[in-house]
Design a protein around this ligand. Structure first.
Ligand code: CP3
Length: 337
């Protein structure tokens, strides 16, 4: 098989390092900004299967990437559960009041019907994608979705667990429902053609250490087991818990751990002997000159040269990034620079 990502995750010997980018379809690309300008409603854009297919494939038209990721958002799950979501310029996501009753009584069929365009998009992308490329489906982890649903906007870093989770029992009820719907959303993405799943826990770093097992590890572990039963590899990105990555992996046992830019790559290489690693490079490096980019990329390549490694960043591509820098980085990986 000449699919670099699947070979890497399957622990097989393979030629060449796989590479893709979180937020590879997005605002740093002028062709995305053009479509976005004409489509002010972001959720509607995610639910427009023709445009979403086009946007997902935009970065693959420009660059020699190993994967497409479906153009969608982690907040499509709260949306599917009946909580209104919108995106304000220079502010980010805004969620409306959460109705516990709506969430508890949400039925699977309505949920799937609302999100069906996402699955159609995946189906369309798969048809247009060469077999040597992976198609990544994704979800937000229960904890990160809970944070958005209760906080109703992106949390600040001075976020206080007790302030948001006033009623822990209530939070646990929502979390259980989220876990169920996340598995359902994954199942439909896989049936539509996704052959890798990534779980984004962007706000894992906000959890106090004693809450990590319940709110992050255990619920994620059940989702990971669910995906593994389908023989589809699953990548976890529990952002911001770098000291606890080894603990996370011992409970969750993902097929691959995506590390953030704060984690020292040398130390994770020592801590994790048997789990493939993805990412790490600080997205801000791509705002620097080529010499600095090369030095930093080579550093990651060198540290992971004897370990299954997928090249990616330690978070999403920043909107200020010049597309040429992505191309330059890929040329380094492909040994053309
Ligand atoms: O290319 C890809 O990676 C696929 C598409 C994708 C988007 N969001 C599109 C998007 C993916 C994988 C996501 C995941 C996502 N969404 C996460 C997890 C990753 C992370 O960044 O930690 C989170 C936390 C969200 C929630 C979200 N969606 C936020 C906080 C924002 C606003 C942030 C900002 O940059 O303004 C979004 C909007 C969003 N999702 C955009 C895109 C391309 C920008 C929308 C725009 O054009 O205004």
């Amino acid at each position: 098989m000449n699919n670099r990502i699947l070979n890497c995750l399957g622990g097989k010997k393979y030629r060449g390092i796989p590479v893709w980018f979180m937020r590879q379809a997005g605002r740093y690309l002028p062709e995305f900004r053009k479509i976005r300008k004409e489509n002010p409603n972001f959720i509607k854009l995610c639910l427009n299967e023709n445009l979403s297919t086009k946007i997902s494939l935009q970065p693959l038209k420009r660059f020699d990437l190993d994967a497409a990721i479906v153009f969608s958002d982690i907040l499509m799950i709260p949306y599917g559960l009946g909580q209104k979501v919108s995106f304000k310029k220079n502010f980010g996501p805004q969620l409306k009041e959460l109705s516990l009753e709506k969430i508890i009584t949400a039925n699977k069929e309505d949920f799937i019907n609302q999100l069906r365009p996402v699955y159609k998009t995946i189906y369309n992308i798969r048809k247009k994608l060469n077999n040597n490329k992976s198609l990544i489906g994704f979800v937000g982890a229960p904890w990160t979705l809970l944070v958005y649903m209760l906080n109703k906007k992106s949390p600040k870093n001075n976020f206080n667990f007790k302030k948001i989770i006033k009623d822990e029992l209530l939070a646990k009820i929502i979390l259980n429902k989220l876990e169920e719907m996340i598995c359902l959303h994954i199942d439909h993405q896989i049936s539509a053609g996704a052959n890798v799943i990534q779980i984004f826990d962007s706000w894992a770093g906000l959890l106090p250490n004693n809450k990590l097992p319940y709110f992050c590890y255990e619920t994620t572990a059940r989702i990971v087991n669910h995906v593994k039963e389908k023989k589809i590899p699953v990548i976890c990105f529990p952002k911001g818990i770098s000291k606890n990555y080894a603990d996370f992996c011992s409970v969750v046992n993902p097929d691959c751990l995506s590390i953030d830019y704060k984690k020292n790559p040398k130390s994770i290489r020592k801590e994790l002997k048997n789990i493939p690693i993805q990412g790490g490079l600080d997205p801000k490096i791509l705002l620097m000159d080529n010499k600095k980019i090369k030095k930093n990329v080579k550093n990651y390549l060198d540290i992971f040269k004897d370990h299954p490694y997928i090249f990616n960043l330690g978070h999403g591509v920043l909107p200020k990034t010049k597309p040429e820098k992505i191309e330059y980085l890929i040329n380094i990986i492909r040994e053309k620079e």
